[in-house]
Design a protein around this ligand. Structure first.
Ligand code: B12
Length: 401
């Protein structure tokens, strides 16, 4: 069997030319934390992310991802793209009148940007090896434990916050993988269960991330419970956010970076411009004033067309307009200023029950803290007309009845 290890430098150089910051190689083997993943699933941690329950055996062993009759995969190419640009100034990050969006979503959607580049890199390899079949190009949604392969490939380690951390650039990077049949790594490598630490860091005794998580989502080091995670509820969940968690969401309206913001490996990063233009921040998508999206001139929290225009090509579209309005209502409730009452009343009349339920909660917060009669009477009126049982329950609780 031919060994193509000599191609590693050329592939790494091409990956860099395409815009990848990290590129590493590992033999296809069982993923290091496949057992942990199986236990995590069995514990019901995937919640509404039912796609994680599919293809478990393939996620355990990427070799099973090869098409029937195609040559077996022998090498995982793990890739990373840095997306850090600047740290949010505390005055903005902690401003309750703003809606903070996670840094990975300040630019355009990384899935759409990275996937075509993976195919280009695979084409480059096929050009050199003469292969006729396609490699398996995966970013985020594919059945692989991407962080395990970034570790096995030697450019990152997994921190206690479950993020993949690079020694120089911290954890602000996306991951992707390409599975190919060419053997690019000397076969003598020990199993992936004990990956060879090339440039590995460690968390040591540091637990800043675990302590900083406002919803206590970390059951322990390396063990996140998504059902307590702001990122899960604001991005992936389509359901009503548990009431007891809402106050801890603060002003985070899409994803959450707190466990990364406090990480020492992310502390000494210089401001930089991503290699990929499309990742550059759209200033209006970093921490928009919460009430801005209710303005009649451009009501992007209230109208589908305005929402699509505002977040064109952005990951923020994933929870859809009604999911984002749900998240915004929780942030408005946490701000709990009377100036937010008219916007919450608008959301209380949204065609979709999800934002209505959270708008009722938000009005309840304003009512409780400022005795705002407008909030009280809007809730009273809603109680008479609301047909959705969950929303009506939220209205009753907001009225304190
Ligand atoms: C499902 C998912 C989520 C879920 C669940 C997160 C989670 N930790 O599982 C939710 C929606 C909450 C989420 C949130 C985020 N996500 Co996400 N997510 C994924 C996805 C699709 C699968 C992850 C998975 O398999 N989870 C299963 C469980 C079992 O994993 P785990 O709990 O993290 O445990 C791992 C480790 O802790 C390790 N482990 C277990 N025990 C031990 C013990 C030791 C000693 C060690 C070292 C490791 C270890 O084993 C597990 C597997 O590696 C991956 C893409 C992929 N295909 O891998 C992206 C991915 C992990 N997410 C990503 C990002 C950017 C995020 C957010 C930062 C987005 C945001 N700002 O809101 C947050 C970070 C939350 C966090 N602290 O993890 C990036 C991470 C990049 C990086 N540098 O780490 C990925 C790789 C997507 C990508 N292609 O770039 N995500």
């Amino acid at each position: 069997m031919a060994n193509w290890a000599h191609l590693q430098p050329a592939i790494t150089q091409e990956a860099r030319r395409l815009g990848f910051d990290y590129c590493g190689f590992a033999p296809v083997r069982e993923a290091a934390h496949a057992d942990f993943f199986a236990g995590w699933l069995a514990a019901g941690r995937a919640g509404e992310m039912t796609y994680l329950e599919r293809n478990q055996e393939k996620r355990r062993d990427p070799a099973r991802l090869a098409e029937h009759g195609a040559p077996p995969f022998r090498t995982v190419i793990a890739l990373g793209v840095n997306y850090h640009q600047f740290d949010l100034p505390p005055a903005v990050r902690d401003d309750p009148s703003r809606g903070v969006i996670a840094a990975y979503a300040w630019g355009d959607d990384y899935h759409d940007m990275i996937r075509p580049l993976l195919y280009e890199l695979d084409a480059f390899i096929r050009h050199h090896t003469g292969r006729t079949t396609l490699g398996k190009c995966l970013v985020d949604t594919g059945p692989v434990l991407e962080r395990d392969w970034a570790t096995a490939a030697g450019f990152a380690f997994i921190g206690k916050n479950c993020c993949s951390i690079n020694l120089d650039d911290g954890s602000w990077h996306f991951l992707a993988t390409i599975l190919i049949p060419e053997l690019l790594v000397a076969d003598a490598m020990p199993s992936a269960r004990t990956p060879v630490p090339r440039r590995h860091g460690t968390c040591g005794r540091c637990v800043r991330c675990l302590a900083a998580c406002p919803t206590d989502a970390f059951v322990g080091p390396y063990d996140l419970d998504p059902l307590r995670c702001i990122s899960y509820w604001t991005i992936e969940a389509r359901e009503v956010i548990p009431r007891f968690l809402r106050p801890a969401f603060g002003n985070r309206i899409f994803g959450c970076d707190i466990c990364q913001e406090v990480c020492p490996y992310n502390r000494r990063l210089r401001n930089r411009t991503p290699l990929m233009d499309a990742l550059r921040a759209h200033q209006e998508r970093v921490a928009p004033p919460l009430l801005q999206g209710f303005e009649p001139t451009f009501p992007y929290w209230l109208e589908e067309a305005a929402f699509s225009e505002r977040f064109h090509g952005s990951p923020v579209k994933r929870p859809k307009r009604h999911g984002m309005l749900r998240n915004v209502c929780v942030a408005l409730g946490n701000w709990a200023e009377p100036v937010a009452t008219p916007a919450l009343i608008q959301a209380l009349h949204d065609p979709h029950p999800l934002p209505r339920a959270h708008a009722a909660w938000g009005l309840g917060q304003v009512l409780a803290q400022h005795h705002d009669s407008r909030a009280g009477s809007a809730l009273q009126r809603a109680l008479e007309s609301e047909e959705d049982g969950r929303v009506a329950e939220e209205v009753r609780l907001a009225l304190g009845s």
